[in-house]
Design a binder for this molecule. Structure first.
Ligand code: 6GU
Length: 240
C-alpha cells in the first residue's frame, strides 16, 4: 500500500518510523511519503490560509496549494487515489471503515489546520478521486495530523503480514466496533500484586469456566460502558 500525507507539519509524522508501522515500512508492505503543503505555494511567505468569505473567526486553507498538491501526487504514481480528509464533520471512523481503507492501493491524507479547507478542494477530490471524510469522534483536534496517525495505525495493522499473530485480528473481528462486545479484562503474573488477586477462575485451568467468565465480563463491561453496542434485547436482559 502507498500512503501520501499532505500537511503543514511534516514533523508530526516522525513516529511512523516506529513500532509496527515502521516495521511495515521496512518490510516494504507500505510505502509512506510525507509532503509539506507549503512546497506548493509560490509567495515569499508560503501562505496556505486566508480569511473566510462571509466573515467569522479563524482562517481557511486556500485552495490553490491543495490543487497543485493533488495534481503532483496524481502525476507521481498511476495508483488510484483514495483521499482521506480527517475532520470532525466526517463520518465516524470504525473498524469496518479501517478494513475498507486497508483494501485500497493508495491513501492520500489531506491534513487541514485552522477552520478547515476551502470546500471547493473537497468537492474537487470527490469528483476526481475517491473521497472519504473521517471523524475520530465528537471532540475537536487542532488539525488532521493526529487523526491521520490514528487512522494509519488502524489501517496498516490490517495489511497482510503486518501483525505477528493474525489470530488476534480474527478475535477482534468479533469485538468492539464490529458489532459485538468490549474486551474482557486481562491479567498476568504475579498472582497477587499490592494485595490485589487475579480472579481465581483464571488460575483454575478450567477452560470452560474461563471462557464463560470472560464472556460474562465482556457483556457486563459493554452494558455499563457502551450500551449502544448492544441490541435492546441483550441490553435489557436480566443479569444472571
Ligand atoms: Cl478526524 N480531525 C480533527 N481535526 N478533529 C477531530 C477529528 C478529526 N476527529 C475528532 N476531532
Amino acid at each position: 500500500m502507498r500512503l501520501d500525507i499532505v500537511t503543514i507539519f511534516p514533523d508530526y509524522f516522525a513516529p511512523l518510523g516506529l513500532s509496527l508501522v515502521g516495521k511495515a515500512i521496512n518490510a516494504g508492505t507500505v510505502d509512506v511519503a510525507v509532503h509539506d503543503l507549503r512546497d506548493w505555494t509560490h509567495d515569499r511567505h508560503r501562505t496556505v490560509d486566508d480569511t473566510p468569505y462571509g466573515g467569522g473567526a479563524g482562517m481557511v486553507m486556500k485552495p490553490e496549494p491543495w490543487g497543485e498538491a493533488f495534481d503532483a501526487l496524481e502525476q507521481a504514481s498511476p495508483l488510484p487515489m483514495t483521499v482521506v480528509v480527517p475532520t470532525p464533520a466526517g463520518r465516524p471512523f470504525t473498524q469496518e471503515l479501517a478494513y475498507g481503507l486497508a483494501g485500497r492501493p493508495r491513501l492520500v491524507f489531506a491534513c487541514g489546520r485552522y477552520e478547515g479547507i476551502d470546500q471547493r478542494v473537497i468537492d474537487h477530490c470527490a469528483d476526481a478521486y475517491e473521497l472519504v471524510e473521517v471523524s475520530l469522534g465528537d471532540y475537536v483536534l487542532n488539525g488532521g495530523e493526529v487523526a491521520a496517525l490514528a487512522i494509519i495505525e488502524a489501517v496498516v495493522r490490517l495489511l497482510p503480514g503486518v501483525l505477528g499473530n493474525p489470530e488476534s485480528l480474527v478475535e477482534e473481528s468479533h469485538s468492539a466496533g464490529h458489532d459485538q462486545l468490549l474486551e474482557y479484562p486481562n491479567y498476568t503474573k504475579p498472582p497477587v500484586w499490592r494485595g490485589r488477586e487475579v480472579p481465581e477462575v483464571l488460575l483454575s485451568g478450567h477452560h470452560g469456566r474461563v471462557a464463560q467468565w470472560r464472556s460474562e465480563q465482556a457483556l457486563e463491561r459493554t452494558r455499563t460502558r457502551r450500551p449502544d453496542l448492544l441490541g435492546d434485547d441483550i441490553r435489557d436482559e436480566k443479569r444472571t
